[in-house]
Write a protein that binds this ligand. Structure first.
Ligand code: SF4
Ligand code: SF4
Length: 342
């Protein structure tokens, strides 16, 4: 298999106007931006000299950076497919015009509850649900393609079917359901994260729903065991989004995706607890091709515990972040998996 970077999430700021309970980067409005515009352009030169992935500008809230659209424009000029991940609270006419003008290909928004009560409790900001609903109508007005990401813990999992129905009405190009992993602020609420049985239950619901869903692309994200269920069901011809890294394998960390944080550390995925290298000292291609972490993740013979002996390893892969959080070893078995390989 050829492992190439198809999708890179790039944290261009750690500032955010919200204070979400699961925030990977523990974003805060008072943090400082360390990454300069000049450094940002250097990173885009570096990536584009090696590959042409989708690059998602994320944060924090990337719209808090004044140069976000100049960064996007430069990326587009270099042949990268630039996207934007926003919490949706800062979208107005001006921002929509800038999105269009910069050439940004798609925007992702977050909706974690079907009502203001549930969503605002997750996002820890009153009014954020109304804000994201306004953003959706602005995106339709300006014909901007958008995806919706929804994150779930025990706090809001009761609302998952309502969130799906709401998202269907909002007509995004795709709905991505996340089961929160223990990274960043989510580590502080580990007792609230879904356990293996709860994840299996919601994934079985999702599979049933996906088999019937004809309009919207749906994708459970960071729930690699879904790909075992797909195999068991022999589900073929799933709809996929061109800008996303696939839909053919569960965990694609370090294999088709990577993450760059605001300090220029490169990781296999947005939630990974370890750095594989830093772009101040090394090129992206060097880290992608040579770092020990990235090479290990691509070597299926090195996986340990039940993942190591599982027939679904190459389609699932288990969550490496969860393995690391529990065993201090990202190559260990995924502690949330309910499947017992023979
Ligand atoms: S044992 Fe590992 S590879 Fe197999 S289904 Fe479970 S998490 Fe996936
Ligand atoms: S290790 Fe894989 S499954 Fe886990 S959070 Fe990262 S990309 Fe998602």
């Amino acid at each position: 298999m050829k492992f190439e970077p198809r999708w890179i999430a790039w944290e261009i700021t750690q500032r955010c106007n919200l204070h979400c309970i699961h925030c990977r980067t523990r974003a805060d409005v008072n943090k400082k931006d360390n990454l300069t515009f000049k450094e940002a352009l250097r990173i885009l030169d570096d990536i584009s000299s090696y590959a042409r992935p989708t690059v998602v500008l994320t944060g924090g809230e990337p719209l808090l950076r004044k140069d976000v659209f100049d960064i996007a424009k430069y990326g587009m000029k270099k042949g990268l497919k630039m996207c934007l991940a926003t919490n949706g609270t800062l979208i107005d006419d001006k921002v929509c015009e800038m999105i269009k003008e910069s050439g940004i290909q798609a925007v992702s928004l977050s909706i974690d509850g079907s009502s203001a009560e549930v969503h605002d409790d997750f996002r820890k900001q009153e009014g954020s649900f109304d804000g994201v609903m306004k953003a959706v109508s602005k995106f339709h007005q300006y014909n901007i393609p958008f995806l919706i990401n929804s994150s779930f813990t025990r706090r809001n999992i009761h609302d998952v079917e309502n969130v799906y129905r709401l998202c269907k009405e909002l007509k995004p190009v795709a709905w991505y359901m996340f089961t929160v992993v223990p990274a960043g602020r989510a580590k502080d609420i580990s007792e609230e994260l879904l356990d293996g049985k709860q994840i299996e239950q919601v994934l079985r619901w999702h599979l049933e729903m996906e088999l019937k869903e004809k309009e919207m692309i749906v994708r459970p994200t960071c729930a690699p065991y879904y790909y075992r269920l797909i195999e068991e069901e022999n589900f073929k011809n799933r709809k996929t989004l061109k800008l996303s890294p696939g839909g053919f394998k569960g965990c694609v960390a370090g294999q088709f995706i990577a993450f760059i944080d605001e300090e220029e550390n490169v990781k296999p995925c947005s939630y990974f607890l370890r750095n594989a290298g830093n772009l101040k000292q090394q090129s992206f291609s060097d880290i992608w091709e040579k770092s020990e972490i990235f090479r290990n993740l691509r070597n299926y013979r090195k996986y340990k515990g039940k993942c190591g002996r599982c027939k679904y390893l190459s389609v699932c892969g288990g969550c490496r972040v969860k393995a690391d959080a529990v065993y201090g070893d990202y190559m260990q078995e995924d502690p949330s998996c309910t499947y017992s390989p023979i």
